[in-house]
Design a protein around this ligand. Structure first.
Ligand code: HEC
Length: 189
Protein backbone atom coordinates (compact mmCIF):
# COMPACT_ATOMS: atom_id res chain seq x y z
CA UNK A 1 0.00 0.00 0.00
CA UNK A 2 1.46 3.43 -0.90
CA UNK A 3 2.32 5.31 2.30
CA UNK A 4 -0.13 8.15 1.53
CA UNK A 5 -3.05 5.69 1.51
CA UNK A 6 -2.06 4.27 4.87
CA UNK A 7 -2.79 7.65 6.41
CA UNK A 8 -5.96 8.31 4.46
CA UNK A 9 -8.39 7.02 7.12
CA UNK A 10 -6.60 9.04 9.78
CA UNK A 11 -6.71 12.17 7.65
CA UNK A 12 -10.39 11.61 6.92
CA UNK A 13 -11.11 11.16 10.62
CA UNK A 14 -9.21 14.34 11.43
CA UNK A 15 -11.07 16.24 8.72
CA UNK A 16 -14.46 15.14 10.02
CA UNK A 17 -13.40 15.97 13.58
CA UNK A 18 -12.48 19.49 12.53
CA UNK A 19 -15.83 19.84 10.70
CA UNK A 20 -17.53 18.78 13.93
CA UNK A 21 -15.53 21.29 15.94
CA UNK A 22 -16.45 24.07 13.48
CA UNK A 23 -20.12 23.09 13.73
CA UNK A 24 -19.95 23.20 17.54
CA UNK A 25 -18.43 26.71 17.43
CA UNK A 26 -21.06 27.92 14.97
CA UNK A 27 -23.84 26.46 17.10
CA UNK A 28 -22.53 28.37 20.11
CA UNK A 29 -22.35 31.58 18.04
CA UNK A 30 -25.85 31.07 16.63
CA UNK A 31 -27.23 30.37 20.11
CA UNK A 32 -25.61 33.52 21.47
CA UNK A 33 -26.90 35.67 18.60
CA UNK A 34 -30.41 34.25 19.05
CA UNK A 35 -30.33 35.00 22.77
CA UNK A 36 -29.23 38.57 22.05
CA UNK A 37 -32.15 39.00 19.65
CA UNK A 38 -34.61 37.56 22.19
CA UNK A 39 -33.27 39.74 25.02
CA UNK A 40 -33.04 42.97 23.02
CA UNK A 41 -36.37 42.64 21.24
CA UNK A 42 -38.12 41.37 24.38
CA UNK A 43 -36.75 44.31 26.38
CA UNK A 44 -37.86 46.88 23.82
CA UNK A 45 -41.26 45.24 23.49
CA UNK A 46 -41.82 45.19 27.27
CA UNK A 47 -40.75 48.82 27.64
CA UNK A 48 -43.00 49.93 24.78
CA UNK A 49 -45.99 47.89 26.08
CA UNK A 50 -45.62 49.62 29.45
CA UNK A 51 -45.13 53.15 28.10
CA UNK A 52 -47.31 53.21 24.95
CA UNK A 53 -49.65 50.21 25.23
CA UNK A 54 -49.94 47.12 23.02
CA UNK A 55 -51.54 48.69 19.91
CA UNK A 56 -48.64 51.10 19.42
CA UNK A 57 -46.18 48.30 20.21
CA UNK A 58 -47.16 46.36 17.07
CA UNK A 59 -44.66 48.56 15.26
CA UNK A 60 -41.87 47.56 17.67
CA UNK A 61 -42.11 43.92 16.61
CA UNK A 62 -42.25 44.97 12.97
CA UNK A 63 -39.38 47.48 12.93
CA UNK A 64 -37.06 46.37 15.71
CA UNK A 65 -36.88 42.64 14.88
CA UNK A 66 -35.31 43.15 11.41
CA UNK A 67 -33.17 46.03 12.68
CA UNK A 68 -31.69 44.04 15.58
CA UNK A 69 -31.26 40.98 13.32
CA UNK A 70 -29.40 43.06 10.74
CA UNK A 71 -27.07 44.50 13.40
CA UNK A 72 -26.35 41.02 14.74
CA UNK A 73 -25.78 39.68 11.21
CA UNK A 74 -23.27 42.41 10.54
CA UNK A 75 -21.42 41.66 13.75
CA UNK A 76 -21.36 37.87 13.42
CA UNK A 77 -21.52 37.09 9.68
CA UNK A 78 -24.54 34.88 10.36
CA UNK A 79 -27.89 35.30 8.59
CA UNK A 80 -30.62 35.71 11.21
CA UNK A 81 -34.38 35.98 10.80
CA UNK A 82 -37.67 34.88 12.34
CA UNK A 83 -40.17 32.59 10.64
CA UNK A 84 -43.34 30.79 11.64
CA UNK A 85 -45.58 28.03 10.30
CA UNK A 86 -48.45 30.42 11.23
CA UNK A 87 -46.85 33.65 10.09
CA UNK A 88 -48.02 37.22 10.57
CA UNK A 89 -45.46 38.93 8.33
CA UNK A 90 -46.31 37.56 4.87
CA UNK A 91 -42.59 37.04 4.23
CA UNK A 92 -41.90 35.07 7.41
CA UNK A 93 -42.66 31.75 5.71
CA UNK A 94 -40.37 28.84 6.64
CA UNK A 95 -38.38 27.05 3.94
CA UNK A 96 -38.34 23.22 3.88
CA UNK A 97 -35.53 22.90 6.46
CA UNK A 98 -37.17 25.44 8.78
CA UNK A 99 -40.59 23.76 8.50
CA UNK A 100 -39.02 20.44 9.47
CA UNK A 101 -37.16 22.10 12.36
CA UNK A 102 -40.41 23.60 13.70
CA UNK A 103 -42.17 20.22 13.47
CA UNK A 104 -39.36 18.43 15.33
CA UNK A 105 -39.14 21.15 18.01
CA UNK A 106 -42.91 20.91 18.54
CA UNK A 107 -42.56 17.14 19.09
CA UNK A 108 -39.75 17.68 21.59
CA UNK A 109 -41.80 20.32 23.46
CA UNK A 110 -44.79 17.94 23.58
CA UNK A 111 -42.47 15.22 24.92
CA UNK A 112 -41.64 17.45 27.87
CA UNK A 113 -38.37 19.11 26.87
CA UNK A 114 -37.72 22.50 28.48
CA UNK A 115 -38.55 25.47 26.18
CA UNK A 116 -35.16 27.12 26.70
CA UNK A 117 -33.25 24.08 25.40
CA UNK A 118 -35.28 23.71 22.20
CA UNK A 119 -32.82 24.19 19.35
CA UNK A 120 -31.50 22.22 16.36
CA UNK A 121 -28.38 22.65 14.31
CA UNK A 122 -26.83 20.87 11.38
CA UNK A 123 -24.73 21.26 8.25
CA UNK A 124 -26.75 20.79 5.07
CA UNK A 125 -24.97 19.69 1.89
CA UNK A 126 -26.33 20.81 -1.44
CA UNK A 127 -24.79 20.89 -4.93
CA UNK A 128 -24.14 24.61 -4.42
CA UNK A 129 -22.14 23.91 -1.25
CA UNK A 130 -22.50 23.36 2.48
CA UNK A 131 -24.63 25.54 4.74
CA UNK A 132 -24.71 25.67 8.52
CA UNK A 133 -28.29 25.86 9.81
CA UNK A 134 -29.64 26.53 13.28
CA UNK A 135 -33.12 27.05 14.72
CA UNK A 136 -34.17 28.17 18.19
CA UNK A 137 -37.79 27.80 19.30
CA UNK A 138 -39.67 30.92 20.41
CA UNK A 139 -42.14 29.71 23.02
CA UNK A 140 -45.08 31.94 24.00
CA UNK A 141 -45.10 33.66 27.38
CA UNK A 142 -48.15 35.49 28.78
CA UNK A 143 -47.08 38.83 27.20
CA UNK A 144 -47.07 37.31 23.69
CA UNK A 145 -50.75 36.41 23.98
CA UNK A 146 -51.81 40.07 23.96
CA UNK A 147 -50.91 40.07 20.25
CA UNK A 148 -50.86 36.34 19.41
CA UNK A 149 -53.41 34.74 21.77
CA UNK A 150 -57.04 33.69 21.52
CA UNK A 151 -59.55 36.51 20.89
CA UNK A 152 -60.36 37.14 24.57
CA UNK A 153 -56.70 38.01 25.27
CA UNK A 154 -56.34 40.53 22.45
CA UNK A 155 -57.53 44.11 23.05
CA UNK A 156 -59.82 45.56 20.37
CA UNK A 157 -57.23 48.21 19.42
CA UNK A 158 -54.67 45.47 18.75
CA UNK A 159 -57.19 43.44 16.71
CA UNK A 160 -57.86 46.53 14.59
CA UNK A 161 -54.13 47.18 14.09
CA UNK A 162 -53.51 43.58 13.05
CA UNK A 163 -56.49 43.59 10.66
CA UNK A 164 -55.30 46.71 8.86
CA UNK A 165 -51.53 45.89 8.75
CA UNK A 166 -51.74 42.11 8.32
CA UNK A 167 -54.94 41.12 6.53
CA UNK A 168 -53.57 37.59 5.98
CA UNK A 169 -52.47 37.10 9.61
CA UNK A 170 -52.23 33.49 10.82
CA UNK A 171 -50.45 34.30 14.09
CA UNK A 172 -53.34 34.37 16.58
CA UNK A 173 -55.01 31.66 18.64
CA UNK A 174 -51.92 30.65 20.62
CA UNK A 175 -51.96 29.60 24.26
CA UNK A 176 -49.06 29.89 26.70
CA UNK A 177 -46.08 27.55 26.20
CA UNK A 178 -46.56 26.99 22.47
CA UNK A 179 -43.98 27.39 19.70
CA UNK A 180 -44.85 30.72 18.03
CA UNK A 181 -41.98 30.41 15.55
CA UNK A 182 -38.22 30.09 15.37
CA UNK A 183 -35.17 32.23 15.10
CA UNK A 184 -33.45 30.80 12.06
CA UNK A 185 -29.70 31.25 11.64
CA UNK A 186 -27.63 30.19 8.65
CA UNK A 187 -24.17 30.58 7.17
CA UNK A 188 -22.74 29.41 3.86
CA UNK A 189 -19.58 27.39 4.60
C1 HEC B 1 -47.40 44.28 20.61
C2 HEC B 1 -47.81 43.09 19.94
C3 HEC B 1 -46.91 41.90 19.94
C4 HEC B 1 -46.41 41.22 21.02
C5 HEC B 1 -46.62 41.52 22.48
C6 HEC B 1 -45.66 40.10 20.47
N1 HEC B 1 -45.68 40.11 19.12
FE1 HEC B 1 -44.84 38.79 17.87
N2 HEC B 1 -45.38 39.85 16.27
C7 HEC B 1 -46.13 41.02 16.33
C8 HEC B 1 -46.18 41.61 15.00
C9 HEC B 1 -46.89 42.88 14.62
C10 HEC B 1 -45.44 40.74 14.16
C11 HEC B 1 -45.17 40.93 12.69
C12 HEC B 1 -43.90 41.76 12.56
C13 HEC B 1 -43.48 41.98 11.13
O1 HEC B 1 -44.18 42.70 10.41
O2 HEC B 1 -42.45 41.42 10.76
C14 HEC B 1 -44.94 39.68 15.01
C15 HEC B 1 -44.16 38.65 14.52
C16 HEC B 1 -43.65 37.64 15.30
C17 HEC B 1 -42.81 36.57 14.81
C18 HEC B 1 -42.25 36.43 13.38
C19 HEC B 1 -43.01 35.51 12.53
C20 HEC B 1 -44.33 36.05 12.04
O3 HEC B 1 -45.34 35.43 12.39
O4 HEC B 1 -44.33 37.08 11.34
C21 HEC B 1 -42.55 35.76 15.86
C22 HEC B 1 -41.75 34.49 15.84
C23 HEC B 1 -43.19 36.35 17.02
N3 HEC B 1 -43.86 37.49 16.66
C24 HEC B 1 -43.13 35.82 18.28
C25 HEC B 1 -43.55 36.50 19.42
C26 HEC B 1 -43.30 36.05 20.77
C27 HEC B 1 -42.61 34.74 21.14
C28 HEC B 1 -43.80 37.00 21.61
C29 HEC B 1 -43.72 37.06 23.12
C30 HEC B 1 -42.40 37.03 23.68
C31 HEC B 1 -44.39 38.04 20.77
N4 HEC B 1 -44.22 37.71 19.45
C32 HEC B 1 -45.02 39.17 21.26
C33 HEC B 1 -46.72 41.57 17.44
C34 HEC B 1 -46.43 41.20 18.74
Amino acid sequence: MPPMLKFAPLLLALASLSTLAAETDLTAEARQASQRLIMTLGGELKASMASSGPAKSLAVCKEQAPKISAELSQKTGLKIHRVSNRNRNPEAVPDAWEAEAIASLEKRLAAGEKPETLEVSTVVSAPAGKTFRYAKALVTQPMCLICHGTPEFIPESVKAGIASEYPLDKAVGYGPGMIRGIISVSKAL
